[in-house]
Design a protein around this ligand. Sequence first.
Ligand code: 5RP
Length: 295
Amino acid sequence: MADLDDIKEGKDFGLDNPARNEPFFLKGSNALDWGMQNRLARIFNPESGRTVMLAFDHGYFQGPTTGIERMDLAIPPLIPHADVLMCTRGALRSCISPTANKPIVLRSSAGQSILSELSNELVAVDIEDAIRLNAAAITAQVYIGAEYEHKSIANVVKLIDTGSRYGIPTLAVTGVGADMVRDARYFGLATRIAAEIGAHYVKSYFIEEGFEKVVAGCPVPIVIAGGKKLPEGEALDMAYRAVDQGASGVDMGRNIFQSDCPVAMIQAVGAVVHRNVGTDKALQMYHDLKSDMGM
Ligand code: 5RP
């Protein structure tokens, strides 16, 4: 039983200090519940407001993609330098140590392959399993304008509704069908739809013209996918221009794990994203780290 003797009356109520009432640091996320904000604050660094997500979920429809044929070998050296890991539950349980202690954005859709129609996805993880895996967020694609647009939107709506019950945010990934034009109009449409259905943040591709407008028109944070492998300098430049134009970070896969030196590349990307290091300096950093590793 609690000791009730000698209970002292409170004296220091800090009457000169107004109660703390700080706005949450992420765009469009002020009205979310504590658990949701706490998970988002694990995904996005509260100091920079940005994130470096390492995406290695490609195998769920592509099989053993170059660079991650052996996830158990390729991913662990990158983990200390990533803010977040984005992967499937299969990859997580089989290849990633629970002691890694990084927030997980759980790929929660499947149902298609590179041999079939990519937009024909379904929700492929039960919310209970996402909770068991301590997911910081769950994710699926919206395929705007594709054959199964309606179904893909329904998948993301389902994730948002079930995740919201437990304070787990949803990342909506804008999946682009082969015949879609990758321009500001398309990504403006896709990212806005994703935010309006309730996604807590959205992944888009960077585009040369009008990316700033895509970000401005989306009321929640946008992170960019890396896309196909580019020379390191070009990938760093893309990351620089994306954050400079308002992106809240990257969700990058191939441009990291297919780099000649993935451990150096992820650190250079981190310098761009969190410290606004310019492209030339970041590329030099990449080369220096690579040569320090004897490569
Ligand atoms: C696949 C994804 C990938 O995670 C995403 O495309 C990021 O990887 P990359 O930088 O290689 O494009 O969402 O659907």
